[in-house]
Design a protein around this ligand. Structure first.
Ligand code: OAD
Length: 235
């Protein structure tokens, strides 16, 4: 039984990373088997790479679309969606681009790093949903290349999204971080925002992270199992 229980809180922020989707079979980014072990981000996940060879970058993202589409949300995603059902002020702030929270039924999701399932035309400044596998046309009607609406390496974060995330934390009474290495900024600053605002903080991870010491409570183990404990109804 976890020392801390969700049932005592009403305004919960779940701050999620790739470790939450690991049990769906989606590789994390860092560590053994991580995406950035297999692929050099400079060739596949930055604007420079896209400007040089959009086709190659889209091939990588098409492959990810196909793979992730074949995966299913796991119990961790479902538990989080169920918490929102009973506690409507629940918010998800995710670094994940896989769309799994929404597929599990979460409605209030801030996607800090964008989505694999949207495309953007930087000439027109438009963003649209796109679930083609593979993408049917790499070009917008205006002739410009469409790029994934993802925050790649070296891209700035959407300031509005960061502001929304900070607001959600200001309003919250519990901050639960799940499956993130806490090394990618500015997202990794959000636990400190909670702490500075005296919001109790919980870290769920299979291992220690550079931010572990900051958290008030730590649940070490797989996300779904630890969430089950945290969200248990019994005393
Ligand atoms: P990382 O790959 O950096 O870290 C994943 C974390 O999940 C690690 O701390 C693991 O220990 C933990 N983990 C793995 N399996 C787990 C499990 N079953 N249960 C609980 N924890 C588990 O992923 P992120 O922190 O999400 O950017 O990475 C942050 C950003 O870096 C990503 O959003 C991505 C990447 O570049 C974009 O896609 C734009």
């Amino acid at each position: 039984m976890a020392e801390i229980q969700i049932k005592h809180y009403n305004k919960i922020v779940f701050f999620t990373g790739a470790g939450l989707s690991a049990e769906s079979g989606i590789p994390t980014y860092r560590g053994k088997g991580g995406v950035w072990q297999e692929y050099n981000y400079e060739d596949f996940a930055c604007q420079r790479a896209f400007d040089k060879d959009p086709q190659k970058v889209w091939e990588f993202h098409n492959k990810r679309r196909e793979f992730i589409n074949g995966c299913q949300p796991n119990e961790g995603h479902r538990i989080i969606a169920a918490v929102e059902q009973t506690k409507p002020q629940t918010m998800v702030i995710t670094q994940n681009i896989d769309g799994m929270h929404q597929r599990a039924g979460s409605k209030k999701v801030i996607e800090l790093h964008g989505s694999l399932w949207r495309v953007r035309c930087d000439r027109e400044g438009t963003i649209s949903e796109n679930t083609d596998i593979p993408l049917k046309s790499m070009k917008c009607d205006c002739g410009e290349y469409l790029r994934p609406d993802i925050v790649w390496f070296e891209d700035p974060l959407d300031q509005q999204k960061i502001q929304q995330a900070v607001e959600a934390i200001f309003q919250s009474d519990l901050f639960v971080s799940i499956g993130t290495s806490g090394v990618v900024f500015p997202a990794a600053q959000l636990p400190a925002v909670a702490i500075q605002n005296s919001v109790p903080t919980v870290e769920i991870n299979i291992e220690s992270t550079p931010l572990s010491q900051l958290y008030q409570y730590r649940l070490q183990g797989p996300a779904s199992e630890m969430l089950k404990q945290l969200c248990s109804d019994s005393d």
